[in-house]
Design a protein around this ligand. Structure first.
Ligand code: NAD
Length: 491
C-alpha cells in the first residue's frame, strides 16, 4: 500500500498544503487500505477560490443546462462501467456487504442520470400581473456550495449532493468523511476525465473540525449542505451564520416501525429485519424502534429473533455475508456502550448484545444483531440514536398509543406502518411527524421523491425536484411591456 491519495482542487491532484496524511482503515480487519492527504482550512480556502472563479469568471454559472446534462450523463456512464470496482472498494472501506455496495453504486448512477435529465427541464413560472407588466420567475444557481457527508453511504451521499448542485449550475467544494474517502476520490477521477471545467468540482479531504468547519464558516461559500449527526448539524448551523449561508441539513433519526396485529405477519417480520439490520443499522432512516401491537407482541418477537439469529455477519466481500462490521473501533465501542446502558436501564436483551470475536472476525469491528425488549419510553436506548444493529422494542395497545409513542422523540426523519387496513395505514402515517414514510415496506428510497426530516432530523430536502430547488435561488423579473413615464412625482 504505497499509494497516497490526493485532493482534487482547481482541476489538479494536490497534496495537503501542510503535507499531512492520514491512514484509511478496512473495518473488517483493521488493516490500512490507503494513505490519503489530510487537508486543513487553507486547502479549503484554495478550493473555494477556484470554485468562485469557475462560477463567476470562467462562466460555469451561465453554462447551458444541456452542457451540464451532457457532462453528468457522461459521469453516470463512466461510473456504471466501473460499477464492480467501485462496489468492492466501498465494501472494503465502509464494511457493508458487497450486495449493498452494488445497490449503492447503481443508485448513485441513477441519481446522476436523474439530475442530468432534470437540468434541462422547465423550472420557472410566469405571472400575468397588472398590465402593462409581465412577471417571470427564474431559478438560478446559488454559487459556491460546500458539501459535507458521513461515512455510512460514502458514494451514494456524494451523488445525492453533487448531482443536484452541479446540474443546477453551482460549483462545489466537497468533503467526504475522513473514514471513507476512497470511492469519492475515484469518483473525482471520473469527474476529471469526463471534462468538467477546472474549479467546478473540488474535493478536500480532512477532519470535521478543520476542513468541515472551514466549509461551514467560509464567507465565500454561499450554501452549505450537510449530512451527518444532529450535534454536528447544530455546530454547522452556528458556523454558517457569519455570511447568512443557505443551509440544508440531513441529520439523525430514531424512527418508529409500527406493526399492527392485522399486518401480513411474515412480510412484516421480513421488512423489520431490513428496517434495522441493513447496512449494520448504520442508516439514518433505520427503523430502530419497533412498535408492536400487544396482541401479537410475543409471537412476532419469537419469529423476529429466530430470523435475526440467522443473519450471517462477516467481512462484506465474503460470499453470502449479510451484515458487515461497524465503521471503526470508536463507533464499535459506542454501540457496545449503548448495549451496556440498555441492560443497566432495565431493558431485556433477547438477541445478540456482544462483539463478535470468533476466528478472524476478532480483528474487525463486528457486533451481533441485537434486540432489546421490556423498554420504556424514557430510556436513553429508546430516545438516542445508536446508529448500529440494535433494535429497541415497544408495545402498544391501540392506534392512538402507537402514534403517541412513535412521535415521542426529538427526531422526525422516517417511519413505517404495517397493516392490511389501508385506511388505518394512511391515517397513522398522516399523524407521524416524519418526512419519509412507508406503508407495508421500510427503507426503499427513490431519486424522484424528496428525502429529509422534521424536527431535529434536519432542514430542507434532498432528491427529487425538491432537492434540485435547494440548490437554486429564486429571482423575479418584472418587465414593463409599454415603457412610459410613471408620473408619480410632479415635474
Ligand atoms: P458526523 O456528524 O460525525 O460527521 C459527518 C460529516 O461531518 C463528516 O464528514 C465529518 O468529518 C464532518 N464533521 C464533523 N464535525 C464537523 C464540524 N464541527 N464541522 C463541520 N463538519 C464536521 O456523522 P457521522 O458519524 O459521519 O454519520 C452518522 C450520522 O449521520 C448519523 O447521525 C446519521 O443519522 C446521519 N446521517 C443522516 C442522513 C440523512 O439523510 N438524514 C444520512 C446518512 C447519515
Amino acid at each position: 500500500m504505497e499509494r497516497i491519495e490526493k485532493m482534487y482542487i482547481d482541476g489538479q491532484w494536490v497534496p495537503a498544503l501542510a503535507g499531512k496524511t492520514r491512514d484509511v482503515i478496512n473495518p473488517a480487519d483493521a488493516s490500512v487500505l490507503a494513505t490519503i492527504a489530510e487537508g486543513a482550512a487553507e486547502d479549503v480556502q484554495l478550493a473555494v477560490a477556484a470554485a468562485k472563479r469557475a462560477f463567476y469568471e470562467d462562466g460555469w454559472m451561465v453554462t447551458p443546462p444541456s452542457e451540464r446534462a451532457r457532462l453528468m450523463f457522461a459521469l453516470a456512464d463512466s461510473l456504471e462501467k466501473r460499477a464492480e470496482e467501485f462496489a468492492k472498494l466501498e465494501t472494503q472501506n465502509n464494511g457493508k456487504a458487497l450486495r449493498e455496495a452494488q445497490c449503492d453504486v447503481s443508485d448513485a448512477v441513477a441519481c446522476f442520470r436523474y439530475y442530468a435529465g432534470l437540468a434541462t427541464k422547465p423550472h420557472g413560472q410566469t405571472y400575468d400581473v397588472a398590465d402593462p407588466m409581465q412577471t417571470l420567475v427564474v431559478r438560478e444557481p446559488i454559487g459556491v456550495c460546500g458539501q459535507i457527508v458521513p461515512w455510512n453511504y460514502p458514494l451514494l451521499m456524494a451523488a445525492w449532493k453533487l448531482a443536484p448542485a452541479l446540474a443546477a449550475g453551482n460549483t462545489v467544494v466537497f468533503k467526504p468523511s475522513e473514514l471513507t474517502p476512497l470511492t469519492v476520490i475515484r469518483l473525482f477521477e471520473l469527474i476529471d476525465v469526463v471534462g468538467y471545467p477546472k474549479g467546478v468540482a473540488n474535493l478536500v479531504l480532512g477532519a470535521g473540525d478543520t476542513v468541515g468547519h472551514e466549509i461551514a464558516a467560509n464567507f465565500d461559500i454561499d450554501k452549505v449542505a450537510f449530512t451527518g449527526g444532529t450535534k454536528t448539524g447544530r455546530s454547522i448551523m452556528m458556523a454558517a451564520t457569519g455570511n447568512i449561508k443557505n443551509i440544508s441539513l440531513e441529520l439523525g433519526g430514531k424512527s418508529p416501525n409500527i406493526i399492527f396485529a392485522d399486518a401480513d405477519f411474515e412480510a412484516a417480520v421480513d421488512w423489520t429485519l431490513f428496517a434495522i439490520f441493513v447496512n449494520q443499522g448504520e442508516v439514518c432512516s433505520a427503523g430502530s424502534r419497533l412498535l408492536i401491537e400487544e396482541s401479537i407482541h410475543d409471537q412476532f418477537l419469537e419469529r423476529l429473533v429466530e430470523r435475526t439469529k440467522q443473519i450471517k455477519v462477516g467481512p462484506g466481500l465474503e460470499e453470502d455475508v449479510e451484515m458487515g462490521p461497524l465503521i471503526s473501533e470508536t463507533h464499535l465501542n459506542r454501540v457496545l456502550d449503548y448495549i451496556e446502558l440498555g441492560k443497566k436501564e432495565g431493558a431485556r436483551l433477547v438477541c445478540g448484545g456482544n462483539r463478535i470475536l470468533e476466528g478472524d472476525l476478532e480483528k474487525g469491528y463486528f457486533v451481533e444483531p441485537t434486540i432489546f425488549i421490556d423498554t420504556s419510553p424514557e430510556m436513553r436506548i429508546v430516545q438516542e440514536e445508536i446508529f448500529g444493529p440494535v433494535l429497541v422494542v415497544q408495545k402498544f395497545k391501540d392506534e392512538q398509543e402507537a402514534v403517541s409513542l412513535a412521535n415521542n422523540t426529538i427526531y422526525g426523519l422516517a417511519g413505517g406502518v404495517f397493516t392490511q387496513d389501508g385506511a388505518k395505514g394512511l391515517r397513522v402515517i398522516k399523524k407521524l411527524r416524519a418526512g419519509i414514510t412507508w406503508i407495508n415496506a421500510y427503507n426503499p428510497t427513490y431519486n424522484e421523491a424528496p428525502w429529509g426530516g422534521y424536527k431535529q432530523s434536519g432542514l430542507g430536502r434532498e432528491l427529487g425536484t425538491f432537492g434540485f430547488e435547494e440548490y437554486t435561488e429564486v429571482k423575479q423579473i418584472n418587465i414593463n411591456l409599454e415603457p412610459s413615464p410613471l408620473g408619480w412625482f410632479k415635474e
